[in-house]
Design a protein around this ligand. Sequence first.
Ligand SMILES: Cc1cc2nc3c(=O)[nH]c(=O)nc-3n(C[C@H](O)[C@H](O)[C@H](O)COP(=O)(O)O)c2cc1C
Length: 206
Amino acid sequence: MNAIAKNILSVKEAALTRRSIRKFKPEQIPQSTLEEILSLALKAPSANNLQPWRIVLVQDPALKERLREAAFNQAQVGAAPTVLVVYSDMKDTLEQVEEIFHPDFPEEQKLARAANTRKMWESRSEQERENWGAGQAYILLGYLVLLLKAYGYDSNPMGGFNAAKVKEVLGLPEHVAIAALLPTGIAAEEGFSHHRHDLKRVVQWR
Ligand SMILES: Cc1cc2nc3c(=O)[nH]c(=O)nc-3n(C[C@H](O)[C@H](O)[C@H](O)COP(=O)(O)O)c2cc1C
């Protein structure tokens, strides 16, 4: 565990201090820390435990430059030492669906559940499947921004990009849904303080 990881923020501290950061110092996040953060983020829940999310970590400067162009030239994509591209691949998920069932399940139960799951999705179009998958990938995105903050790294979740271009740059298949780009690293700016709806504006008690 590295020096930064020793002072991990609580969930409360991370939620209170996280804000979108678009300027970064050049230092790279150590690979072992990124692996630790990613392993924890992968504990996020998903419907039926399908885990349709996939991630590409982009650190190569030339590739980041092309991603920046695909993200309407938003500078934070080029400025961050690492850009996570979070996407969903329901085709891959359903083809390999046996792997999501708990190892303690008896084999025949796994086979029956796999067949059921595939049947459930049969009637849905590719686009419906991938849109649904992207919804699941946003759950992972929420975990990622909080975990990165807890480990001392800032980020900027981004939906502003041309998905077809992002797929082309990364060589991803056409059917996948790109949920978000997430430039991350050590902050070189403070960002804006939170401006949020009051609880009463968005919550009803019944
Ligand atoms: C799904 C999503 C897409 C976003 N897309 C962009 C984007 O393309 N560019 C950008 O600068 N910020 C983007 N943001 C950041 C929001 O503007 C920001 O989260 C919001 O204004 C609240 O500010 P805060 O993150 O600093 O608390 C996005 C945030 C989310 C969650």
